[in-house]
Design a protein. Structure first.
Length: 402
């Protein structure tokens, strides 16, 4: 294979000498690059990585970790540099030159496919290529590049194994909880979409168990009993959601999930239906700043619903979905919850049809106020508060609450 050379323009570039490198003068360079500056040909340089990404039948990345990276790039690209560890490259050599504005132009060369390439961060790189090639990326994301030079050949395997342990820890934390997911498997047995939930990284399935747990968590009246506290505090924090489930499911006397699981199929259907109805209303709404696929109802965003019938005709970011979904906590009978059951005050889908227009108006207004950043809509309490109040007042009008 021919050598690969590409250039990155960045604000800063630093180099550190690596200690104890057996006289090889090994160095580690670091910089932040715009994700769109990583060349597509880099995907051929992965031989040095013992863990290659897995893909679904539709050629999309599979697994919780990879899908989480994609979601950050699509919904919160401005936070990518903070939330992602970056791409680690073994390279032949690097040249850096100062350019105008006290910036750096860094030229990176890989020459031997057996010694150079992505030694860690393959999932990150492929997630970047996926969102760019599928036109679901709107810009503003930076990724950290770690550039290893002059690494002795005999140490490449050690380096790769050490770096890749990071991902293994996340997988282990999920695998350790696999048995604790049995109540969810039992509750979804025979239900539509039950076979589409992936309970550990690499399992087939279109929906990650962590997303299911997040959806259930927004209905947790033990954590969020009313109008004064909302589940914006768990948005983007999958580890917090997972830890809370791990602790709660063992609480035999007062488990929130023990109340929620008998209604899990209804909750997941409601999640699909919120997305369906929101997508119809906002079909022409510009959700991204890209030239292609920049509207909710763009053809690339249409997909089959998983837990309900029909099609979701557009892209509804989680930052939109969760505040609308969480508002249906107001529809839970508090007296029944305190006695250990989840009972609706009004049939959820009937209630949804009566409030969806108001909920969508709240969400789209918040989206504009947050400068078209759906992640910020989901992270801040305002949309949750207004959506909750909307559902609560409708129930008051219907005589369901006093």
């Amino acid at each position: 294979m021919k050598e690969l050379t590409f250039n990155i323009t960045c604000d800063d570039y630093r180099v550190l000498q690596i200690p104890n490198s057996e006289g090889q003068k090994s160095k580690l360079g670091t910089l932040f690059a715009r994700v769109e500056d990583l060349p597509k040909d880099l995907k051929e340089w992965t031989s040095v990585n013992p863990r290659n990404p897995k893909f679904s039948k539709t050629e999309k990345l599979s697994g919780q970790v990879a899908r989480s990276i994609v979601k950050t790039l699509e919904e919160e690209p401005e936070k990518f540099a903070l939330k992602n560890l970056g791409v680690y490259l073994l390279v032949d050599h690097v040249e850096s030159n100062r350019i105008s504005g006290d910036r750096h132009e860094v030229s990176i060369t890989l020459s031997d496919i057996d010694k150079h390439g992505i030694v860690n961060g393959g999932h990150t790189y492929r997630a970047i290529r996926q969102v760019i090639e599928q036109n679901t990326y709107e810009g503003q994301a930076f990724v950290r590049l770690h550039l290893y030079q002059n690494i002795p050949e005999q140490q490449i395997v050690d380096l790769a194994e050490g770096l890749n342990k990071n991902l293994q820890v996340d997988q282990a934390s999920l695998k350790n909880l696999v048995k604790k997911f049995d109540p969810i498997k039992e509750a979804m047995s025979g239900k539509r979409g039950g076979d589409q939930i992936a309970y550990s990284d690499g399992e087939p399935g279109k929906v990650d168990i962590l997303d299911v747990l997040h959806i259930l968590s927004v209905f947790d009246l033990n954590q969020y009993p009313g109008k004064d506290k909302h589940p914006n505090d768990i948005f983007g924090s999958k580890q917090k959601v997972l830890k809370r489930y791990d602790t709660d499911i063992d609480n035999k006397e007062n488990s929130s999930f023990a109340r929620l699981l008998p209604r899990i199929d209804e909750i997941l259907i409601l999640s699909d239906e919120v997305q369906k109805q929101c997508a119809k209303i906002t079909s022409y709404y510009k959700i991204k700043n890209t030239e292609d696929s920049n509207r909710v109802g763009s053809v690339d965003h249409k997909r089959d619903a998983i837990f309900s019938d029909g099609e979701i005709s557009g892209l509804i970011p989680q930052g939109w979905l969760y505040p609308m979904l969480a508002s249906f906590r107001a529809n839970i009978c508090r007296k029944s919850w305190d006695s250990g059951q989840l009972v609706w005050l009004e049939e959820p889908l009937v209630l949804l049809s009566e409030v969806i227009n108001d909920l969508v108006e709240i969400i789209t207004t918040a989206h504009k106020e947050q400068k078209s950043r759906p992640g910020e809509v989901g992270r801040k309490p305002t949309a949750y508060q207004l959506c909750y109040f909307t559902v609560f007042m409708k129930l008051v009008e219907d005589g369901k609450v006093g």
